[in-house]
Ligand binder design. Structure first.
Ligand code: SAM
Length: 302
């Protein structure tokens, strides 16, 4: 850091002191920004945003608030899912001229449920350098505060919004031996937790992180059942991360047990419901059980 002149284009202001950022080597810089608390900006992020030729951002008004707050003068260009195909060649041209480009999202780390993946892929393919400038992300802030195992983690982003695809996705993930992390809107939280409790079991340990790094940050910790109950009323305010502990180690189910359970279940319910019930009881694959249940049904009809 060096003292800037009054018109220094690479200037940034931190705690009322002006600094001049060092020159950047040409590259695409993926810069994390705060997820609510502006104090979470890093010095390296400020130096990069100040030193880049342009900042590509989702919404120039949102990022404008950040650049204004830190006295940054770097021009902003919009880069979001609707203009990405048009903007990517322009960003590549800037890199080809030997300039540095910073990519930010509205909040947190770009590419994490945010735009940027195709840009990074194209920049790499064109032979330019990509430099991550790490910092805040709701995924990591939620994970480290949830009190759930953090050794193996599966980030599942947003679930599909429609009922059928959403339930199928939860079923696919249910048996993963990992802590699962989801982003969810407060409006859908109660219904999503209820579906998760139904599919994964009401007693599975989980946590809901709300308004991370902000004034009303809270963690609700419990089981999927208790959390579904807690959030069954009015939608909470703010932004939400859902975290679910890995499944308890289920004892290996015996194939003949599964067959006996299927025969019992088929006495009371249709094939698909029987397969679903026995999959939950045994931990065996639901599609395999469905095929076996169809065979059992056919042979009992012979
Ligand atoms: N790229 C961002 C990141 O690194 O976390 C995520 C962007 S995604 C479009 C926005 C979602 O992230 C929100 O709907 C919410 O699920 C989660 N999120 C972002 N900020 C949050 C916060 N302060 N507290 C809780 N969840 C947050």
């Amino acid at each position: 850091m060096t003292a800037p002149t009054g018109t220094d284009p690479r200037r940034y202001i931190l705690s009322e002191h002006a600094f001049s950022a060092p020159a950047l080597e040409p590259a695409l810089y993926i810069v994390s920004t705060p997820i609510g608390n502006l104090g979470d900006i890093t010095v390296r992020a400020l130096e990069t945003l100040a030193g880049a030729a342009v900042i590509a951002c989702e919404d120039t008004r949102v990022t404008g608030t950040l650049t204004h707050r830190f006295g940054l003068k770097t021009p902003l260009i919009p880069y979001h899912e609707h203009n990405a195909d048009k903007q990517r060649p322009k960003i590549l041209e800037t890199l080809e001229r030997g300039e540095a480009v910073a990519l930010v999202s509205d909040a947190g780390t770009p590419l994490i449920s945010d735009p940027g993946y195709r840009l990074v892929r194209d920049v790499v393919a064109a032979g330019h350098k990509v430099v991550p400038i790490p910092g805040a992300s709701a995924l990591l802030a939620g994970l480290v505060g949830a009190g759930l195992p953090s050794d193996t983690v599966l980030f599942a982003g947003f679930l599909p919004q429609k009922g059928g695809p959403k339930t199928r996705r939860i079923e696919e993930l249910a048996k993963m031996p990992a802590t699962l992390v989801f982003y969810e809107s407060p409006r859908r939280l109660g219904a999503t937790l209820a579906t998760m409790a139904e599919v994964m079991g009401a007693d599975r340990e989980a946590s809901v992180a709300r308004e991370l790094t902000k004034r009303f940050e809270t963690f609700e910790r419990g089981t999927l059942g208790s959390l579904a109950e807690h959030f069954s009323g009015d939608a909470p305010k703010g932004e939400i991360v859902i975290l679910i502990a890995p499944p308890e180690d289920a004892p290996e189910a015996d194939e003949s047990d599964a067959e006996a359970l299927l025969i019992e279940a088929l006495k009371e319910m249709p094939v698909s419901a029987a397969a679903k019930k026995v999959a939950k009881q045994t931990g065996l694959d639901r599609n395999e059980l469905y095929k076996r249940a169809l065979d059992l049904k056919a042979s009992s009809a012979d």
